[in-house]
Design a protein around this ligand. Structure first.
Ligand SMILES: *Cc1c(COP(=O)(O)O)cnc(C)c1O
Length: 436
């Protein structure tokens, strides 16, 4: 299957090229030319399948023309070395827990899948590829860990100095080997701008083979559809979704997760509607209200992985629905919550149910609390483990409430190694040129 650019200037490319390039030459994002639908029968028996089996069926609908079945099954099974369970929280609200992977955030799924796809498509090609990734916290760790030790691939993580939690920082600055962390004097948007500028710098691209691992890469955002299907199956298994409408709340930053959910729906998944939950970075919330899309610089919040002022996947959502604001609004409603609201939600959920939401998941929970009808079943994406935000969680709930998982304790023992750079493109470019 071919992949076209949302900007429609560059020609469509093969899957391999889309995965290796990341962003299209015209600055657009790649989209699959077709979205195949499951037979409705699939949903009647899907609860008898495991997560890995479901994920393979979803992957095959996208990739079966391009990757032999056995290879695809290996990629899927290696990626999903952990579960994404759905657990009841209260009443008709369930949590889709996406934090059981190596770095305890949902980005493990996309990053692990992409690393394996990239290795698959680079096999037989010589030379080094450099993966550039801008992170507001969790992407960097998921990508760095997903690619750690993969031959022929170097990973450069750009992150805003002083703006990610210590635990997040430790997860991508302590790895060494083929992973380098760049500490940028600026914001996440500055990091994202540096990466985008490097990709569109033709002279640089002739000398250094660059690719992206941000959620703009098709191999990162498409596999995120896996766990929406799995959520449906696990809910059915536990007695939910036998007729009632299903609403899914997605804590959103760059809108990769939200886009994957919409793709899943286009593939036939019976989601009745989505709620895109924003923190104070409310560009999409405003778009859904007014029809005007006006990117702005991001502001800092305690749900920092959602501090995005110009969500990169939004172009995909517009493209998917032919730029129709009307259509998008019928499928996605907006929600916005500030830091005070996030803190109150975490405290209230913990006090009344015992469940621990992280600051991002709390945005999704609060969205359902406000907008879910009594006769509907709601699921929010719990996008990271609360222990990744220890100081925020302690400030809200006090010490000793959130246990530190062993995986995180191990990262904390590592030694931080990073290279400091300014937010200026010229200095980043020079550093990149001297890499080889
Ligand atoms: C990245 C991230 C988000 C935002 O996801 P997008 O796909 O960029 O919208 C939400 N929560 C956590 C914990 C994240 O790491």
């Amino acid at each position: 299957m071919k992949y076209y650019s949302t900007s429609k200037i560059s020609s469509p490319v093969s899957l391999g090229e889309a995965v290796i390039r990341g962003l299209a030459g015209d600055g657009g994002l790649y989209m699959p030319e077709r979205i195949k639908r499951f037979d409705p029968d699939f949903f009647r028996s899907v609860h008898r399948l495991t997560f890995q089996e479901i994920a393979f069926e979803v992957a095959a609908l996208f990739f079966d023309e391009d990757i032999p079945e056995d290879d695809l099954r290996t990629i899927v099974n290696d990626t999903l070395s952990f579960e994404c369970p759905v657990v009841p929280v209260t009443g008709n609200i369930w949590s889709l827990e996406l934090f059981h992977g190596p770095t305890l955030a949902f980005k493990d799924v996309g990053a692990r899948f992409m690393a394996r796809m990239l290795r698959y498509f680079l096999m037989g090609e010589n030379g080094q590829v450099t993966v550039l990734v801008a992170t507001s916290g969790d992407t960097g760790s998921a990508v760095a860990n997903g690619f750690l030790g993969v031959d022929g691939i170097r990973v450069v993580v750009l992150y805003p100095k002083g703006k990610v939690s210590q635990i997040q920082e430790k997860q991508f600055t302590t790895l060494g080997h083929n992973i380098t962390a760049l500490e940028v004097d600026g914001t996440f948007d500055d990091c994202q701008r540096l990466v985008k500028t490097a990709f569109s710098d033709e002279a640089l691209n002739k000398r250094v083979a660059l690719t992206s691992a941000n959620s703009i890469n098709v191999a990162r955002f498409l596999p995120q559809a896996f766990y929406y299907f799995n959520a449906f199956a696990r809910l059915r298994e536990q007695g939910a979704l036998h007729g009632e409408a299903w609403v899914v709340a997605v804590p959103s930053g760059n809108f990769g997760n939200q886009t994957a959910g919409l793709f899943a729906r286009e593939m036939g998944l019976p989601v009745s509607r989505f709620i895109a939950a924003n923190n104070s970075n409310d560009v999409v919330f405003k778009y859904l209200k007014t029809g005007k899309y006006e990117p702005r610089p991001s502001v800092e919040t305690i749900a920092n992985a959602m501090d995005v002022g110009a969500p990169s996947n939004f172009a995909r959502i517009l493209d998917l629905y032919g730029h129709s604001w009307q259509k998008i609004r019928t499928l996605v409603s907006g929600f916005r919550i500030d830091d005070k609201g996030i803190k109150e939600t975490i405290r209230r959920v913990h006090d009344t149910t015992g469940y621990l939401c992280d600051p991002h998941g709390a945005c999704g929970y609060a969205a359902l609390e406000e907008q879910l009808n009594k006769d509907e079943t709601g699921t929010f994406l719990e996008t990271a483990h609360p222990a990744k935000f220890t100081s925020t969680m302690e400030e809200i709930l006090g010490k000793g409430i959130v246990p530190l998982p062993d995986k995180l304790a191990a990262f904390m023992k590592g030694k931080k190694q990073s290279v400091e750079i300014s937010g200026k493109y010229a200095s980043f470019r020079e550093w990149l040129e001297h890499l080889q």
